[in-house]
Ligand binder design. Sequence first.
Ligand code: HEM
Ligand code: HEM
Length: 402
Amino acid sequence: MNASNTARAYGWVARFFHWTVAALILAAIALGLYAGSLPKGGEAQLQAIFQTYSVHKTVGVTALTLAVLRILWTLTQKKPLPLHPGRRLEGFVAETVHWGLWIGMIIMPISGWLLHSAAPGGFARILWPLGQRLPMVPEDAALAERFAAFHKLGWLLLGGLILLHILGALKHVIIDRDGTLSRMAGNPERAPEPPTATSGVLPHLLAALAGIAIWAGAALTIAAAPTKDGENIPASAPQAAATSGWAVQQGTLNIEATQAGSTVSGRFDQWQAVIDYDPESQTGRVVVNVDIASLTLGAVSDTAKGPDFLNAAAHPNAVFEADILPATSAGPSHIARGRLTIAGHAVETDLPFELTVNGDEAQAKGSLQVDRRDFGIGTSYGDESTVGFGVNISFDLTAKRQ
Ligand code: HEM
Ligand code: HEM
């Protein structure tokens, strides 16, 4: 069989590319959907999900590599001539779908890779040694969500185009009973001789534009979708009055998250707090530095500290820098108002807490509910079925005036 295409049939190189890329793309769709459907519970199940996504991504980047090589090869090749040049509309639709497929086989893996690169803290790894993140893509939860939305709309579009393409191939086999499929799949010797009618360049150009328009429509739909508010970090809180230092004697820093509907509790064993507080004015300042690696969280400690969540390797510390102010409303007596930075994302935060000062001893106790999405944590867990959005952080400490 010829390596190159002839006027009657595709050569073996084009066939090899067509069928391997087709199989990889269908496999990527199946794996993506399968990964999303896996049960989400304990650590073992999370690992299974990560592994499936890793295979999904690896299959996707392999498809991208082969698709690029395929395009380069196709540019050097002539195209087998149409079998029914008179059927203008049918030819136009088939060619539009081909253009949609060409674009889709490039844009889908790229959108997946962009999503993978923008997701803060990373995600399941691509199983290859050639680097993970695309250059110049910032780690940004909102951006990752955009790419994810495009990736999800994109697979539906690509799936629809593949379906049309397969239906077209079946029509040639069942209704037309012509040799269209044998040009790509069967013996090229048996492929029928096409008529030597020539067509102008305009129909091809229009089909290319139609294919581009399909994907541009999808991109514009996602770009025009409203953004989630609250991504911006407000200016920092006002400074509090002059103070005196307090040293923490003992204390606990706990967290509670929801995993597959049930609560998992854990604690950070290593953290430091620098506290200034003036009992007269009831104002002060606190800076808390938390060692993420010191977290224990039931059976999912490693997952929680891993790249998909807190990513201790990239962001070893969480920091809370706040002004202490007397509370103005009912409830706990004080508020720590400032900036909480977790996994590299800073969010303006109010932490209400109860403070009792007894001579040189102080006891403080408070809790706070945060939304993991505000810190770009677990962006790939777009709903609450595996890991809830809300995480409760609570502390209880005693401190001594210095
Ligand atoms: C699995 C079922 C599939 C069947 C039966 C099939 C069949 C065919 C056939 C018969 C042709 C030649 C059409 C002609 O000569 O005019 C063709 C071309 C083509 N197919 Fe498929 N295909 C399948 C899947 C896919 C998939 C999944 C993709 C990509 C996502 C794809 C992309 C293409 C493209 C871009 C062409 C045009 C090739 C060129 O002009 O060089 N196909 N396919
Ligand atoms: C041939 C290319 C690809 C196709 C057809 C494809 C298709 C899919 C599908 C069908 C899903 C499930 C969507 C859903 O649950 O609604 C998915 C999810 C995903 N894909 Fe791909 N994918 C491709 C390549 C890639 C690549 C190369 C990467 C990364 C390097 C990637 C990263 C992801 C991620 C992170 C998700 C989860 C998105 C989320 O749930 O937010 N994909 N993909």
